[in-house]
Design a protein around this ligand. Structure first.
Ligand code: PGA
Ligand code: ZN
Length: 438
């Protein structure tokens, strides 16, 4: 039905691009952009924001100074309204590549620091949404056509540690992965039930303050040992009536650069200094003892060789995911592919900075047998674009926090809506992973 309408090209031309400042989920300013086409298709997108942003990612332009503790975005907003708006006016909103290229050229820096990665990413996504709206199509269908029918397997971060929490857990994220279900909605239901059992268990074991939630909606209990967190997850999965490893598995984001001591070349985990080899042995032991199917950033962000080694040893059983390692940067990803480092890439649209570059990274990943995980940031908004991107580009996996807090549930709710809209939704389940971990 969507393809039968013939809409004059003129109506896809960009009529207006307008930015404003809004707030993100941490109460910091961020950029919202609204694009309107001549056919009155409206696209609105917001820039998310990471907590630990690497030097290889697109730069968020912040004002500095006193207002908002230096985090204001008036320069980025003004760059959209005064520079980008003028440049994109009358361009065909369907020509995403030319539009993104134009912004990159005007910016002229390798890390989008002049116009601002926040200004560029919000505009890039809003353009795509305005084009889709002009077709009267949902974004996922505009991006993927009739092939946009693959719901992602969610990886839900329900225990927080590292820099995202005030406890002593060295790993940043402990996720549950409901892969053993036939549909996205059944999988989400199981994850939600597990999340609530976890709340009960943590309260019993650690007291009422253990159920306060962190930035991504996960709990931040006063635990010290990694195995304590893993045991709590297993108990919660069982208490919810599911089988660990068969129906719900576990994924980790070690975010290990945070506990890596560069001068000594050691990782400090639970107070013990460990070499790269000892870290790999620790992961091997954990994978042996727990149904772990994915480990993100197990080693330092510059250690391509170490990533290649752990991929060789564990890659047939688990996803080895590069987040800080690649920072969704095409150059770094290519280096990783050549080295055999990791077998999956975390894709953050605002790290690379435009939709076109995101699409290229995903293509590159598929060509080289890397799995793709579309990811939120720890600072988010109610924008649900990544849900449509995950389906439209057939990413297979999504990481968008716990099933709590509006900016996280917005993405899950959008996926529920998409599942209902599709004629034949496909949920990949275990096919998104190297193997079932039992
Ligand atoms: P960030 O963290 O959004 O704060 O960078 C998320 C992650 O490490 O995956
Ligand atoms: Zn990460």
């Amino acid at each position: 039905m969507y393809y039968s309408t013939i809409i004059p090209d003129e109506l896809f031309k960009i009529k207006e691009v307008k930015a404003r400042m809004i707030l993100d989920s941490r109460g910091n300013p961020t950029v919202q952009v609204r694009v309107i086409t001549k056919g009155l298709g409206v696209g609105i997108a917001n820039a998310p924001s990471g907590a630990s942003t690497g030097i290889h990612e697109a730069v968020e332009l912040r004002d500095g100074g006193r207002d908002f503790h230096g985090k204001g975005v008036s320069k980025a907003v003004s760059n959209v309204n005064n520079v980008i708006a003028e440049a994109l006016k009358d361009m065909d909103s369907r020509n995403q590549y030319m539009i993104d290229k134009k912004m990159i050229e005007i910016d002229g820096t390798p890390n989008k620091s002049r116009l601002g990665g926040n200004a560029i990413v919000a505009t890039s996504l809003a353009v795509a949404k305005a084009a889709a709206a002009t077709y009267e199509q949902p974004l996922y269908m505009y991006l993927g056509g009739r092939f946009a029918n693959l719901l992602p397997v969610p990886m839900l971060n329900i225990i927080n540690g590292g820099v995202h929490a005030g406890n002593k857990l060295d790993f940043q994220e402990f996720m549950i992965v409901p892969a053993g279900f036939k549909s996205f909605s059944e999988a989400l239901k199981a994850a939600v039930e597990t999340y609530h059992e976890l709340k009960r268990i943590l309260k019993e074991r650690y007291g009422p303050s253990a159920i306060n939630v962190g930035d991504e909606g996960g709990y931040a209990p006063p635990m010290e040992k990694i195995t304590e967190a893993l045991d709590a997850l297993i108990d919660a999965i069982k208490a919810a009536g599911y089988e660990p490893g068969k129906e719900i598995a576990i994924a980790l984001d070690a975010a290990s650069s945070q506990f890596y001591n560069k001068d000594k070349n050691v990782y400090v985990v639970e107070g013990i200094e460990r070499s790269r080899e000892e870290m790999i042995e620790l992961y091997e032991k954990l994978v042996d003892e727990y149904p772990i199917i994915s480990i993100e950033d197990p080693l330092d962000e510059e250690d391509f060789e170490g990533f290649a080694e752990i991929t060789k040893r564990l890659g047939n059983k688990v996803l080895i995911v590069g987040d800080d390692l690649f920072t969704t940067n095409p150059g770094r990803f290519r280096k990783g592919i050549e080295a055999g480092a990791a077998n999956a890439i975390l894709v953050k649209v605002n790290q690379v900075g435009t939709l076109s570059e995101t699409m290229m990274v995903i293509e590159e990943a598929k060509f080289n047998n890397y799995r793709t995980i579309i990811s939120h940031r720890s600072g988010e908004t109610e924008d649900t674009t990544i849900a449509d991107i995950a389906v439209g580009l057939r990413a297979g996996l999504i990481k968008t926090g716990a099933p709590a807090r509006g900016e996280r549930t917005a993405k899950y709710n959008r996926l529920l809506e998409i599942e209902e809209e599709l004629d034949r939704p496909v949920y990949p389940g275990w096919k998104a992973f190297p193997r079932i971990p039992v």
